[in-house]
Design a protein around this ligand. Structure first.
Ligand SMILES: [Zn+2]
Length: 81
């Protein structure tokens, strides 16, 4: 699983709609990829804040921003490696 694959599963992951086989892959990727682990933690916190304010909605715009932020980070990490 690549970071892109991971990110495309992220909404389903948070919605609890992810198939068990994919969930396993997502967890494996999270264990191996620090960037995606950070994204998951940040997203979870964000969702909890939104839920607390009863405006929970992971909009397309939010996903877009998240996606570009992560891809930028992963690209930077690859360059340093
Ligand atoms: Zn990743």
């Amino acid at each position: 699983m690549t970071c892109t694959d991971f990110l495309s599963q992220l909404t389903d992951y948070f919605d609890g709609q992810i198939p068990p086989a994919l969930l396993e892959e997502v967890r494996t990727h999270m264990a191996e990829c620090h960037h995606c682990e950070v994204v998951v933690n940040t997203t979870r916190q964000t969702i909890e804040v939104y839920r607390g304010n009863e405006v929970y909605d992971v909009s397309d715009e939010f996903r877009e921003r998240l996606h570009s932020a992560i891809m930028a980070k992963c690209a930077g990490a690859r360059k340093r490696a």
